[in-house]
Design a protein around this ligand. Structure first.
Ligand SMILES: Nc1nc2c(ncn2[C@@H]2O[C@H](COP(=O)(O)OP(=O)(O)O)[C@@H](O)[C@H]2O)c(=O)[nH]1
Ligand SMILES: [Mg+2]
Length: 323
């Protein structure tokens, strides 16, 4: 399963974010491969397509795709030199597929900032410097190894600064109401990478609220959906993933593939043997299927395509794999 590590300086809202995410943990019964680990939250990727498809097929179950979030203990200035949890922290980052970098934007005199001032740009630079310094050490070690084994092939370097990043700009509730947006300096520091703006205490409240309360809170803050939903969806995009779907009486289910993947490889998500056994597949866009009113009428209108091994899986495909 793909994983995102939550990182950031102390007291920026990482644990609050993680707690809100774990309130959205999926039902372990439907996801038997899920491990139970207090530092890992397995959350469903929200997908508005599943419900109407399930209604169309009279499905007994709906199963979303999932992402794992890891709460990685606080990074401090000097971590690459062993400060704080230092190298343990950096080792944890090495294991995740992408980083959610929480940046403190909210002001609160009662909650200390490690460097005593709210400075999102400076905070981003500190974390990036630590990641760069850790990479420098990795490269130096590599250079030493090369000297001692001149002929041997060494595995590719796993550099922290090359991991995909999504910035979580943690604002106050009043900034949220005022539709706070990053200024040019902050945009420059984020350097074109993805970001979401949210308020972690508000997200915690939303994650514990009933459906009615949730609607009320969202309307009050002029939000269409919880920030967590935006974060989860954005993480999925940042990781370069696409969703394809299967639907039937048993279940309507979303599956994860990588962008640009051919359908036999993508179908490994359903069953590892499918890549080898794949013969052909029937494919129809989810919306086209809904508009047609089901697979049977869609087939008779010629809307279902039969594709071979070289077909590239596309966001929103509903597939039936023939093996
Ligand atoms: N006022 C305010 N406090 C926050 C916000 N986000 C987190 N906090 C508080 O800041 C403190 C540190 O948060 P925590 O999530 O533990 O930060 P971590 O050290 O990054 O894990 C806690 O007391 C939180 O309740 C926020 O957006 N506004
Ligand atoms: Mg914490």
């Amino acid at each position: 399963m793909l994983s995102i590590g939550i990182v950031g300086l102390p007291n920026v809202g990482k644990s609050t974010l993680f707690k809100a995410l774990t309130n959205k943990q999926v039902d372990i019964q439907n996801y038997p491969f899920t491990t139970i680990d207090p530092n890992v939250g397995v959350v469903a990727v929200p997908d508005e397509r599943l419900k109407p498809l399930a209604e169309l097929s009279n499905s007994k179950k709906i199963i979303n795709t999932t992402i794992e979030f890891y709460d990685i203990a606080g990074l401090v200035k000097g971590a690459s030199q062993g400060e704080g949890l230092g190298n343990k922290f950096l080792a944890n980052i090495r294991e995740v597929d992408a980083i959610a970098h929480v940046v403190r934007v909210f002001e609160d005199k009662n909650i200390t900032h490690v460097h005593n001032k709210i400075d999102p740009v400076g905070d981003i630079e500190i974390i990036q410097t630590e990641l760069d310094l850790a990479d420098l050490q990795t490269k130096e070690k590599r250079a030493d190894k090369k000297k001692s084994s001149p002929a041997g092939e060494l595995p590719e370097l796993d550099l922290l600064s090359e991991k995909k990043v999504i910035f979580v700009l943690n604002v106050s509730e009043s900034q949220m109401s005022a539709n706070w947006q990053p200024d040019d300096k902050l945009l420059e520091a984020m350097n074109g990478r993805d970001y979401v703006v949210l308020s972690t205490p508000l997200e915690l409240i939303l994650s514990e609220a009933t459906e009615d309360e949730k609607k009320e809170y969202l309307a009050g803050f002029n939000m269409k959906e919880p920030g967590l939903d935006r974060l989860i969806k954005q993480s999925y995009k940042t990781l370069g993933l696409v969703t394809f779907l299967t639907t039937g009486e048993d279940e309507t289910r979303a599956w994860t593939a990588h962008e640009g993947e051919a359908i036999p490889k993508a179908s490994r998500a359903i069953h590892t043997d499918f890549e080898k056994l794949f013969i052909r597949a029937e494919v129809i866009n989810w919306k086209t299927l809904l508009e047609a009113g089901g697979l049977v009428p869609a087939r008779s209108k010629g809307l279902v395509r039969t594709v071979g091994r070289d077909y590239i899986i596309t966001e929103g495909d509903v597939v039936e794999i023939k093996i």
